[in-house]
Design a protein around this ligand. Structure first.
Ligand code: GDP
Ligand code: IMO
Ligand code: MG
Length: 423
């Protein structure tokens, strides 16, 4: 059976966690394929909010298997905190949470290296979540990393020591003021590793293959968003993994010809957290309203998210790179009350009008060209049927569907599981 993918099409935080949770009842297996605890996926149901960082968003459904794939990087310290929270909620994760042996492990010194690298960059910093993501993927591609499967070997602590020593020398090389107590960090790390080792480690590509053969339905859950992809994002202001559809192939071992639907998630406007270009960013009252009504603060770092109008040039690009088959529009409720809405349909690029995403999208190269549309006043948050949606919102949706040539199948009108309208 083909594997469906669910991906963020912007700069992350589109609402992936919520939709995975909504869709989980249709799937046997939910699998994360890249990223790590830089992600923060929020789920809201029964009046409670849950934030997951590494654990797939299907974990609250008893019948679903949740797989952390080989493309993911795991910090045992953060993972332990996530597991402890699940235990507090009464979730018995032991039987339905599986970990790929080929997933890489984030060491305490990876986090320190992340901080040292960012500090040394000064104003040019990426705005990393400082979870050690970049340094861990560097060790993976540099062929120095420690994998989950190594933790089952007797000599893994020797490997660990050698790598941590090397990292300490690298931290010194940065010559920046980073204070740390490695003994303390290591104590919590080893504790995290012990807890991680109580879970089921598997050869996940074989598991996924056999599951497909047995006609099990699988949903691959992306982290971050397409514009943060290491190849196709706004480099260097990106994360260190392939967040796009291809990342699901390498991050789970799914053959490209075994991919089914590709669900692309986007906010009805745009947000970004961290540094980097953002052509439709607003610095006015409209942007402040989006931030306030949308409660736009990072689920991992608590940093305020930058807000702006929907950028169709960037969205079209993301749909192309991912082969999106169905769209899901999130946070439509946040746009209620705007007199006029703007959608960027082209860029002015060095004096020319273009409709594709160019190499340089910094402010000095690109300025957005907008189409204006009428807004709507109605509060959407208690609506549950497509027939209830206001006319102006339907026109907004029709416009986007025409431009993108992909149907919008879900409109989300609030953070709760129930605030989801299927079209
Ligand atoms: P993810 O990283 O893609 O899973 O998204 P985040 O959880 O980081 O950010 C999405 C935020 O928007 C969370 O606080 C969600 O609870 C919230 N959210 C999701 N969908 C909606 C929606 O339709 N309306 C509103 N107002 N909030 C939403
Ligand atoms: P979810 O899965 C939004 C951003 C950071 C920074 C850049 C690099 O919740 O959508 P990193 O820590 O990966 O080195 O940071 O990427 N970033 C995210 N922004 N949502 C995320 O994940 C993000 N994960 C990383 O803010 O700009
Ligand atoms: Mg998030």
């Amino acid at each position: 059976m083909a594997v469906d993918l669910l991906l963020g099409l912007q700069w992350g935080d589109e609402g992936k966690g919520k939709i995975v949770d909504v869709l989980t009842s249709k799937y046997n297996i939910i699998a994360r394929f890249q990223g790590g605890p830089n992600a923060g996926h929020t789920l809201v149901f029964n009046g409670k909010k849950h934030v997951l960082h590494t654990i797939p968003s299907g974990i609250f459904h008893e019948d679903a298997i949740n797989l952390v794939g080989n493309g993911v990087v795991i910090d045992p310290v953060i993972f332990k905190k996530e597991l402890d929270k699940l235990t507090e909620q009464g979730v018995d994760y032991k039987k339905n949470l599986l970990i790929s042996r080929k997933a890489h492990v984030i060491l305490p010194t990876h986090r320190l290296l992340d901080a040292a690298s960012e500090t040394s960059k000064g104003k040019a910093k990426i705005g990393s979540t400082l979870k050690g993501i970049g340094p861990t993927y560097m060790d993976k591609t540099g062929r120095n990393g420690i994998r989950v499967g190594d933790l089952e070997m007797n000599d893994w602590k020797e490997k660990y020591r050698a790598l941590a020593n090397k990292h300490e020398a690298m931290i010194d090389f940065y010559n920046v003021d980073i204070q740390y107590d490695l003994d303390e960090l290591e104590a919590e790390f080893f504790e995290g590793v012990e807890q991680l080792k109580t879970l089921q480690f598997i050869d996940s590509e074989e598991y996924v293959f056999q599951a497909q053969k047995a006609e099990k339905s699988i949903l691959a859950e992306g982290a971050q968003g397409s514009l943060l992809d290491i190849d196709f994002g706004t480099y260097p202001f990106v994360t260190s993994s392939n967040t796009t559809a291809a990342g699901a192939c390498t991050g789970l071992g799914i053959a490209p010809n075994k991919i089914g639907d590709v669900f692309g998630i986007f906010k009805a406007y745009t947000t970004r957290v961290g540094s980097g270009p953002f052509p439709t960013e607003l610095f006015d009252e409209d942007g402040a309203t989006m931030a306030k009504v949308g409660n736009e603060f990072g689920a991992t770092t608590g940093r305020p998210r930058r807000c702006g109008w929907l950028d169709l040039v960037a969205l079209k690009y993301a749909c192309q790179v991912n082969g999106v088959t169905q769209l899901m529009m999130m946070k439509a409720d946040v746009l209620s009350g705007f007199e006029t809405l703007k959608v960027c349909t082209a860029y002015n690029y060095k004096g020319k009008t273009i409709t594709h995403l160019p190499y340089n999208i910094e402010e000095e190269n690109v300025s957005p060209i907008y189409s204006e549309m009428a807004g709507w006043k109605a509060d959407l948050t208690s609506m549950s049927e497509a027939s209830q949606l206001p006319k102006a919102l339907n026109e907004y949706i029709d416009f986007l569907e025409k431009e993108l040539e992909i149907p919008i199948k879900i409109v989300s009108v609030g953070p709760d599981r129930k605030q989801t309208i299927f079209r």
